[in-house]
Design a protein around this ligand. Structure first.
Ligand code: M6R
Length: 617
């Protein structure tokens, strides 16, 4: 995915656009660019690399003045990240400028057609094709910019969020959306407008925002209300102006060196926010309106299928263990990318739970559409309010973790598990698959989790010391059993994505079926060995590793004696019910990967080749 910003109004556009790009850099950061319009001239600066490189380039190459402009930070899809392929792209005449997030799938055939009409192309991108297609439409007699954009979009196949500027109409911008998000910040008396992929670039300027829906376009013109239309049939739509809840503090680092560290430390608060109004321990009640209103469907469900990607998929795996243990409902957990293409057997007796932090992951979105087309009921668990996935479901629950900006998911994972746990407990109660005493114990223990996470966070210094010992490792193995097997997978993913150390997660007992061959004195093995989680079996696995000279870092329950004697390092977590332990065991693994990555000099918040959410296939 990419990040788009734009401004039109009475303030200098450049500072707004460049600061906006910094806030959107989590969406992609392999190249960046900006267009500023001033006094009849279009000034363009584009560069490979991060927004900081763009700042230097702007300083050296173009005037940074003017009251209108657009900016872009890119995660490359078509064409390698270089200066030429960076956005904005400009049309043949030099009049039209575009920034684009998404993919135009039929760009090649359009390109050939445009070439036959005399257009030439400088980049390898689909976006340069789109801006020239708009120009071609606009060249027709009487066609205005908005119409030209609409005519062009009706010819393209794919996904887009775009902002288009026309040098001959410098007091307006045209924006449109299909599959990729775009928000319009509306200034006082319509004297200024902000365009952005999410609202973070403009929250200090306005709290009024319009989120375009799929297949909508808008013309924003100074001094006039925003006009929103359906791209297909040109019908006018009443723009829905929402009041933003977001504040500046939530999207800043708040004194931490990285967003990831801030987000790791925010987990006690984030989990508490996930509980708010839902977990009523004294009354022994769990309230999740999306579940409550559809209880019959859940109670009659023959099966739950979880669809998700990456960390959200790992949360789904924890959910599988929890749902089956508490509510005795069979659960299958599917990679959304596989599910969508393998003609899965689904019926109206199935409930699909789609999990996504961003709510924009293309594969998860497609999996939801497929499941619904086959009659399944879809329950979404998302963090980003109003995101595409949140809108595409039958019902759902937000995690309320607050903005997660670090590319490596942390608080999203624990809050997703929190929602899944609440759901499973509520269903267990409704189905009578858990005794009322057991139910109450779990509710009480769940309520204590945020304080226990705070306790685990106090291991920070100790984990940092362990990180300093293993920071140069080339490989790492993560082992866990039962509820903590998915935590082993998640620990390994965290390490590989931010430190570039090869890591694998395995169910502890599977080790002897292959991975044990890798173990030698240079192999750190991180083992989750909580006291209630098949403890003796895991202890045997630890012994097998030690007898092959592997290095053991064990996450154990407070007061552990046995593992302490065998392992090279132990990290203690407070005691809790085993089903709730992933909410605690995950924390030291997040810290470990964070500190190892920092010590290796890696860019923790923006790891190479990644983007916060994957809105393309
Ligand atoms: O926004 P989503 O939860 O749908 O994103 C899914 C994955 O792309 C995401 O979890 C990814 O694996 C993270 N980088 C993991 O830290």
């Amino acid at each position: 995915m990419c990040g788009i910003t734009g401004y039109i109004g009475y303030r200098e556009a450049y500072p707004i656009i460049i600061n906006g790009l910094k806030r959107l850099e989590y969406r992609g950061y392999d190249s960046a660019g900006v267009m500023l319009y001033d006094d009849g001239d279009v000034h363009l600066a584009k560069t490979k690399g991060k927004v900081s490189s763009l700042e230097e380039k702007v300083e050296q190459e173009i005037p940074n003045t003017g009251f209108v402009g657009v900016g872009h930070t890119r995660w490359a899809t078509h064409g390698v990240p270089n200066d030429v392929n960076s956005h904005p792209h400009i049309s043949k005449s030099g009049n039209l400028v575009i920034v684009h997030n998404g993919i135009i799938e039929n760009y090649d055939s359009i390109k050939q057609e445009l070439k036959s009409r005399g257009y030439t192309f400088h980049s390898d991108t689909d976006t340069e094709v789109l801006v020239n297609l708009i120009e071609e439409m606009k060249s027709q007699e009487g066609v205005k910019l908005g119409q030209a954009v609409q005519m062009a979009l009706n010819q393209v196949i794919g996904a887009y969020a775009i902002a288009v500027f026309d040098k001959t109409k410098p007091n307006e911008l045209v924006v449109a959306r299909l599959g990729s998000p775009i928000a319009i910040g509306v200034g006082k008396d319509h004297e200024e407008f902000f365009i952005a992929s999410d609202a973070s670039p403009f929250i200090e300027f306005t709290k009024d925002a319009i989120y375009l829906e799929d297949e909508e376009m808008a013309i924003v013109k100074i001094g006039r209300e925003v006009r929103v239309r359906k791209i297909k049939d040109d019908s006018l739509i009443d723009p829905n102006i929402q009041k933003l809840q977001l504040n500046l503090e939530q999207i800043e680092k708040g004194g931490y060196d990285h967003f990831m560290l801030k987000e790791i430390h925010e987990q006690p608060r984030a989990i508490t926010d996930t509980f708010r109004g839902r977990l009523l321990v004294n009354e022994a009640i769990i309230k999740l309106s999306g579940l409550e209103n559809n209880m019959k469907r859940f109670l009659n469900a023959e099966r739950i299928i979880v669809v998700a990607c990456g960390t959200s998929w790992h949360a789904g795996l924890v959910g599988e263990y929890i749902f089956e243990e508490f509510a005795r409902i069979p659960v299958e957990v599917e990679y959304a990318s596989e599910f969508r293409y393998r003609n899965p057997v689904i019926s109206d007796k199935d409930i699909v739970i789609a999990i996504s932090q961003s709510g924009e992951t293309a594969d998860t979105l497609a999996a939801i559409k497929l499941a619904r087309s086959k009659g399944a009921f879809v329950f979404g668990i998302c963090n980003v309010v109003g995101s595409s996935i949140a809108r595409e479901n039958d019902t759902g629950a937000y995690t309320h973790a607050g903005p997660e900006i670090g590319v490596a998911s942390t608080k999203a994972f624990t809050t997703q598990i929190t929602v899944l746990t609440l759901m499973a407990l509520r269903l267990a109660r409704a189905k009578g698959t858990m005794t009322s005493e057991d139910y109450r114990v779990h509710l009480r223990q769940l309520e204590l989790i945020p304080d226990k996470v705070t306790e685990v966070l106090k291991t920070d210094e100790h984990v940092r010391n362990i990180a300093s010992i293993y920071k140069d490792a080339s490989n790492c193995l993560y082992l866990g059993r039962g509820f903590n097997f998915p935590v082993a997978l998640e620990g390994a993913l965290k390490l590989k994505e931010i430190s570039y150390i090869h890591a694998e997660g395995y169910p502890a007992a599977e080790m002897k079926h292959g991975p044990i061959a890798l173990i030698d004195k240079d192999m750190p093995v991180i083992v989750i060995a909580t006291s209630k989680g098949h403890y003796e079996k895991v202890v045997s696995n630890i012994q097998e590793i030690k007898s092959r000279n592997g290095q053991i870092i064990a996450v154990v329950t407070e007061g552990d004696v046995t593992v302490k004697e065998i392992a090279d390092h132990v990290i203690e977590i407070p005691e809790t019910e085993e089903a709730l332990s992933p909410l605690l065991t995950t924390i030291p693994l997040q810290l470990l990967s964070y500190y190892i990555a920092v010590m290796r000099g890696c860019n923790v918040d923006q790891p190479r080749n990644l983007a916060k959410s994957v809105t393309v296939e």
